[in-house]
Design a binder for this molecule. Structure first.
Ligand code: F6R
Length: 607
């Protein structure tokens, strides 16, 4: 996944246009890239792993003939970042080329079916089934467009796809299902792309291809049809007024805000992870004697939440450990009987890798959960899972945290099922609730964002914050604190609400707000009492509550509501959204740049 671009020119050479467009997609982060053009009944493909400029130096990306072509920058989700896994992917006869952003969920079955028919696959990607399916349909006598349409009917998942075919060299065929696609329309050219900024220097007129739509793009022209009934969709281009700096953030002021808003879709994609990866990792967790959940920063908070999920659902006791402490705390006890589940957005954090290396030398089993296929963590893990959150640009982790939580919750659910720890009815309920998370996150953003902005305005000059929660919400509170600390440099502290009498209560006084995380779980009654106690000492209370929680509404000075009725183990995924937005708007209010916090880098690769 990551970004696609297409170029149909009336005259001229498409390759240099595609190359410059791919450079404009660079900011999204990627590990490989490629282009394909059609010319005189032939397909020309150049692709490789690495940065665009490196690939250009090796292959000259301007040097492909033809006025029509497609390009792609890839962030590996299926198959390592290698040349053969880079897009475009082609069919057996080298006549069809495809670029794709998204996931084909049923690619394993489709690949098997196509291999049985004699198709040769060159990559480990899900995308490669598409050109082979189109090839198969053309072999059956279908014209190109029909063959593509027939192919789409076989695909499950989400995708933005662009296809070229040497025998119909005047067009690019595109399809959109739950993955953004827009066509830039110029006088004598058209540019289908997953991101508007990719074509913005070429044209400011754009037409959106919406969910479940098909687009046939030729020079300066396009035809949009509904996939379902093939009806024509009349849609005029609109003028895009974005300035370039804003454009790469898709109209958002900062990457952090864009990535917070990405979460309904990144979670949706993560929940569609291939069963086989989850099954395999569950099998390792099921048979091990002891599990250490190891990570730093935000990823550590995901581990802490996971320890509650695994214990409460699957009755598996685990040890969440900050990676920087792992060797000191647990080093001597690690053995062949230990399993380390290392969680890292980047897959390159030095402390996490050091913990993993120590465990490896002691014959432990290493499992990895990382956003970066091809990272060191994926190379040293026996099994790894890559949540489908896509690259994260903002230094403060947001969408990768909620995606990590989704994977960890899925693992807990599977393990619970395997161990017979939850009833059939409860399992169905949990799965149903899990499917509702993307919509619930969307609702929170839609209904609460403005209010959160106002709350941030009210507390902008606050000098000290406390965060608190009980049970799994402690992990959420820790993450809320970290987000505020790293983007605002405001001294903040988290304490488990039950620990208040053992010290933290001394800090509570007028003017120091306490942020309470209060989903309606088994801890609710106690949290109400905790709030009362803090309130009695004059602390302003900001509460994250479920809709309609009148009891806490009456106590809190400010409250933010999340969708009600979510199971306790999923509540951090929802409760953290207001905290991310709060940290973001506090930074904006305080005129700080949330994308570039001082002294912080995206991957901490120093000790
Ligand atoms: C917080 C943040 C850091 C990282 C930490 C671990 O927003 O970004 O705390 O979570 O440095 O990084 P990864 O997950 O890449 O190992």
């Amino acid at each position: 996944m990551v970004g696609i671009f297409g170029c149909v020119l009336k005259d001229g050479n498409a390759a240099p246009v595609i190359y410059s467009a791919l450079k404009r997609l660079e900011y999204r982060g990627y590990d490989s890239a490629g282009e394909a053009t059609t010319h005189k009944n032939k397909l020309f493909v150049k692709k490789d792993k690495g940065r665009i400029d490196e690939i250009h130096t090796r292959h000259d990306l301007n040097d492909l003939p033809g006025r029509i072509g497609i390009g792609h920058v890839r962030w590996a989700t299926h198959g390592a970042p290698l040349r053969e896994n880079a897009h475009p992917h082609i069919d057996c006869n080298k006549q069809i080329a495809v670029v794709h952003n998204g996931i084909i969920e049923n690619f394993t079955e489709l690949k098997k079916e196509l291999e049985d028919l004699g198709h040769i696959f060159k990559s480990k990607t899900d995308t490669e089934v598409i050109p082979h399916l189109i090839e198969e349909n053309i072999k059956k006598g279908l014209p190109f467009i029909e063959a593509t349409r027939e192919t789409i009917n076989r695909l499950e998942g989400s995708y933005a796809i662009a296809v070229v075919y040497v025998k119909e060299p005047d067009k690019i065929v595109c399809v959109q299902k739950e993955s953004s696609l827009t066509i830039g329309v110029a006088e004598n050219a058209a540019y289908p792309a997953s991101d508007i900024p990719t074509f913005l220097p070429l044209t400011k007129r754009a037409v959106a291809v919406e969910n479940q739509e098909f687009a046939i793009v030729s020079d300066g022209k396009y035809e949009i049809r509904k996939i379902t009934d093939w009806s024509l969709v009349p849609r005029e281009p609109k003028l895009i007024k974005w300035v370039p700096e804003k454009a790469e953030k898709l109209g958002y002021r900062h990457f952090m805000l864009k990535e917070i808003h990405d979460q309904p879709s990144s979670i949706h994609n993560t929940l569609r992870l291939q069963d086989q990866y989850l099954e395999l990792m569950t099998a390792f967790l099921a048979r091990t004697k002891e599990v250490f959940l190891v990570a730093c920063g935000t990823s550590y908070h995901a581990c802490l939440a996971a320890s509650y999920m695994l214990s409460r659902l699957a009755f598996l006791s685990t040890h969440p450990v900050a990676a920087s402490e792992f060797i000191e705390q647990q080093g001597r006890s690690i053995s062949i009987d230990s399993t380390i589940l290392a969680v890292s957005q980047s897959g390159e954090t030095t402390d996490t890798l050091a913990a993993v290396e120590h465990a490896r030398l002691h014959a432990a089993t290493i499992l990895g959960l990382t956003n970066a296929i091809g990272s060191t963590l994926t190379r040293v893990s026996r099994v790894y899972i890559c949540p489908q959150s896509g690259p994260e640009v903002g230094v403060a982790a947001t969408k990768t945290f909620t995606s990590q939580l989704c994977v960890l919750a899925q693992l807990a659910l599977r393990l619970a099922k395997q161990r017979g720890k939850v009833s059939h009815t409860e399992m169905e309920w949990l799965e149903e609730k899990m499917d509702q998370i993307p919509d619930a996150v969307e609702t929170i953003i839609q209904t609460q964002e403005e209010k959160i902005e106002q709350i941030a305005r009210k507390y902008r000059d606050t000098e000290f914050f406390l965060f608190s929660g009980r049970g799994i919400s402690l992990a959420t509170a820790l993450e809320g604190t970290l987000k505020l600390l790293e983007t605002n440099y405001i001294p903040s502290m988290t304490f488990p609400a039950g620990e208040k009498e053992h010290g933290p209560i001394r800090l509570v006084e007028q003017g120091f707000p306490v942020v309470f995380i209060c989903p309606r779980d088994e801890t609710h009654k106690k949290i109400v009492n905790d709030i009362r106690e803090m309130k009695d000492r004059g602390a302003p209370i900001i509460a994250i509550i479920e809709e309609g929680d009148e009891e806490i509404k009456a106590l809190a000075d400010d409250y933010i509501e999340i969708v009600k009725g979510m199971p306790e183990i999923l509540s951090p995924i929802l409760c953290v959204i207001p905290l991310q937005l709060f940290a973001y708007y506090m930074a904006v209010e305080r005129e700080l740049d949330p994308d570039r916090p001082r002294h912080l880098t995206k991957a901490v690769t120093v000790k």
